[in-house]
Design a protein around this ligand. Structure first.
Ligand code: MLT
Length: 234
């Protein structure tokens, strides 16, 4: 099990022979888990706002997403995971585009499998990964190519839970685990230091962050199948 701290480093990893876990804690992969848990048929991650709008022309779809944390012009909704708790996406397909998270998924398409991870679906994700014999890459979305705290923290949480099942003895995973082990008893104290927490805070978006840091509030396994993220039963 290895950790890729930024999408800019993906070319250094053997995606073709790996299971990639796409991680974007604030907020894309938390949103994906929430939408699927609350009844969305699928989430289609797209790279551009234009493609999101185009795919959103189809019936029974919802368009959502952000750029720099702000609802992208032309989309119905932003990127809050809280949007879906009252059934907004039930039996619909969510077309989602975000600054980093959906781009990361598209940069990982050569992978054997692509899953998404967030604190709301951490236990379901780890239960599935335990059964995998294929190498795992914990792929952090970061922010515009830069490493961020929250995605690295999540990778450390997953690696710590699975270190009896996988060889986690590589520098980036050890780094992520060290971060998690230092802050695991007070995650908010670390998250409050993250650049995206501050960016979202300036936008008044605090409730989303609380949800994104909640464990197992959306126990699903988002699995990319034919370009759509669906809740894989296993
Ligand atoms: C991202 O793509 O980095 C996040 O989804 C950004 C956000 O939701 O604010």
């Amino acid at each position: 099990m290895t950790t890729c701290l930024s999408p800019e480093l993906l070319s250094l990893y053997n995606l073709e022979e790996s299971v990639v876990v796409a991680i974007d804690v604030l907020r894309a992969t938390s949103t994906i888990a929430s939408a699927l848990y609350h009844g969305a048929n699928a989430v289609i991650p797209v790279s551009t706002v234009e493609e999101c709008i185009e795919k959103g022309q189809k019936p029974e779809t919802i368009t959502a997403g952000e750029r720099n944390g702000i609802t992208a012009s032309g989309l119905q909704y932003g990127n809050s995971p809280l949007l879906y708790q009252d059934g907004l996406a039930k039996n619909k397909t969510l077309i989602l585009t975000t600054t980093n998270g959906t781009a990361l998924i598209h940069k990982s398409l050569q992978a054997k499998q692509i899953l998404t991870g967030s604190f709301p679906n951490i236990s379901t994700l780890c239960e599935y990964l335990k059964g995998q014999s294929t190498p795992i890459i914990l792929a952090c979305a970061g922010w515009k190519g830069q490493v961020n705290l929250e995605d690295t923290l999540f990778a450390g949480a997953v690696a710590t839970r699975l270190d009896q099942h996988f060889d986690t003895q590589n520098d980036t995973t050890l780094l992520a685990q060290a971060l998690y082990n230092q802050y695991q008893h007070d995650l908010p104290s670390l998250i409050r230091q993250s650049s995206h927490y501050k960016r979202l805070g300036r936008l008044g978006i605090y409730n989303d962050i609380q949800y994104c840091m909640s464990f197992d509030t959306a126990p699903v396994l988002p699995f990319l199948y034919e370009g759509q993220l669906v809740n894989k039963k296993f």
